[in-house]
Every structure is written in structure tokens, then in C-alpha cells.
Design a protein. Structure first.
Length: 268
């Protein structure tokens, strides 16, 4: 097993797994508690438009994904603020539009696009050192802001109406939270791809909800489960020659049903 550390791409993949699990565990906790899965899906798929634009204009597609997903987060936040009756429809539109515009931009791009599928379904083995540094920086920003606004985020997560009554700027903190969701999604694109990113954001947090007794404890468990699923899934993909993103998600789903069954048995 130790021979895998001889390969730089495997070391990079493991570092990326650790960094992504930290962000995923922290932000996924808020997504699960507030039931923001569909909103997160809309933000995730809007990232594909930026990836396509990156190929079209010949700049790093990940930077394009950051920009377009943040725009998607701002749009979602504004919709939520306006309490649109057609919120679900609008999220579905941005979901489809992000994917469609990405495909359109890629179709207009000259030459061959070699790693397009890695953005859809993930290929953690192609993570570069530059991307790891970007992930580490993003992790730092996420951890810093969550610590800085921990009380405010906790307040809007568990009692939004009371937060408004207490004079908290709920819309502002939701905007920050949605932007952090967007950044986290970009971190996970290389691991599991845009198609599967919502699963990795929510499954570790959903499992940790079965056992945690506080918000911070739920974050810790979620990070831990994320690490287990990504690292073990990575090993499976390496030794069994499986797609890394799919291996991680399948393992996560099995983990969820095992945890669910264990929780039900413990309640009897």
C-alpha cells in the first residue's frame, strides 16, 4: 500500500481529499440543516458555464468556475431575499442554463478539450499542485469566515425569525453563506465532478446529523466522514481501476445507509 506514495499524482490526490473534506464538512453541515440541497445544486451547475468560458477564452477553467458559481450564489441569495413564489422554477432554470451555456462555450472553443469529463464526473488524480494551493487558500477563507461569523451563522440556521427580530442582517449572512457554498463546490469539482458534487456535500453531513449533539460536533463528524469516504474511495479507484468520483460517491451512499440502519437499531 505504501507504494502509492511514490507517485506525485496520488500524493496530490490525497492532499486534495483532505482539503476538500474540511470545506465539505463545514459547509455541508449548514446545507443539510437548512435544507439547501436544491439551492446548492443550482449553484453547482452554474459553475459549468464558467468552465466553458475558461476554455473559450483560454484561461484556467477553475477560475471561471469560481466566478460563475459565485454569480450563481448571488443570484440565489437575491431570489431568497425577494421570497419569489417561483423560486424552485428559477433555480431549475439557472441549473439548466449553467450547463447549457457551458456546453455552448465548449462547442465554440477551438481544438480538442482533453479533460472535459473530469469536470462532470471528477478525476482527482489530475489535481495539480497549483490547484492544491488554491484549495488550501479557499479552506483558510472558509474556516476564517465560519469562525468569525459562527454565532451569526448558527443563529440564522436554527432560528431565522428570531435572528430578524434581534436585528441581525439575515440576508447579508445568507449571502456570505451562499458564496462559501459556491467556493466549496469548486473545491469538490475535481474530486467528484459537477454531477455528483451535491452528494458529497450532503452525505457526510447527513450521517453526522445522526450522532452529533451540537453544530460544531456535527461539523467535526462531517469532516471525519468526508475524509473516510474520499480517501477510501480513492484507494478503491486506484487498486480496482475505477472512476474516482463515482467510487467516492458509491462508498458514501453505502456509508449513509449503514449509519441510518445503525441509528434505527439503536433507537429500538
Amino acid at each position: 500500500m505504501l507504494e502509492i506514495f511514490q507517485y506525485d499524482f496520488m500524493v496530490n490526490a490525497m492532499l486534495a481529499s483532505i482539503l476538500a473534506s474540511i470545506a465539505c464538512g463545514i459547509i455541508g453541515t449548514y446545507i443539510v440543516i437548512k435544507r439547501l440541497v436544491f439551492l446548492s445544486g443550482g449553484i453547482a451547475h452554474s459553475a459549468y458555464g464558467g468552465i466553458g468560458l475558461g476554455y473559450l477564452l483560454s484561461f484556467n477553467p477553475i477560475l471561471g468556475a469560481v466566478g460563475s458559481s459565485i454569480l450563481g450564489a448571488v443570484f440565489v441569495s437575491k431570489m431568497r431575499k425577494n421570497r419569489s413564489e417561483n423560486e424552485d422554477t428559477l433555480i431549475g432554470i439557472i441549473w439548466a442554463f449553467g450547463m447549457a451555456i457551458g456546453v455552448l462555450f465548449i462547442g465554440l472553443s477551438p481544438g480538442y478539450v482533453p479533460d472535459l469529463m473530469s469536470y462532470l464526473f471528477g478525476n482527482i488524480l489530475t489535481v495539480s499542485k497549483t490547484e492544491i494551493l488554491l484549495m488550501a487558500f479557499a479552506d483558510f477563507i472558509i474556516i476564517f469566515l465560519v469562525i468569525l461569523f459562527f454565532k451569526e451563522f448558527r443563529s440564522i440556521t436554527f432560528d431565522e425569525e428570531y435572528s430578524k427580530t434581534a436585528g441581525l442582517n439575515v440576508d447579508f449572512y445568507y449571502l456570505i453563506l451562499f458564496i462559501l457554498i459556491a467556493v466549496t463546490i469548486v473545491l469538490l469539482i475535481k474530486l467528484v465532478g459537477i454531477i455528483l458534487v451535491v452528494a458529497l456535500l450532503t452525505i457526510p453531513a447527513a450521517i453526522s446529523k445522526f450522532f452529533a449533539k451540537s453544530l460544531s460536533q456535527m461539523m467535526f463528524y462531517s469532516i471525519l466522514f468526508g475524509l473516510i469516504f474520499t480517501l477510501v474511495g480513492l484507494l478503491f479507484s486506484y487498486y480496482l481501476n475505477l472512476p474516482s468520483g463515482s467510487a467516492i460517491i458509491v462508498l458514501s451512499v453505502f456509508g449513509y445507509f449503514i449509519a441510518y440502519g445503525f441509528k434505527k437499531l439503536s433507537q429500538k
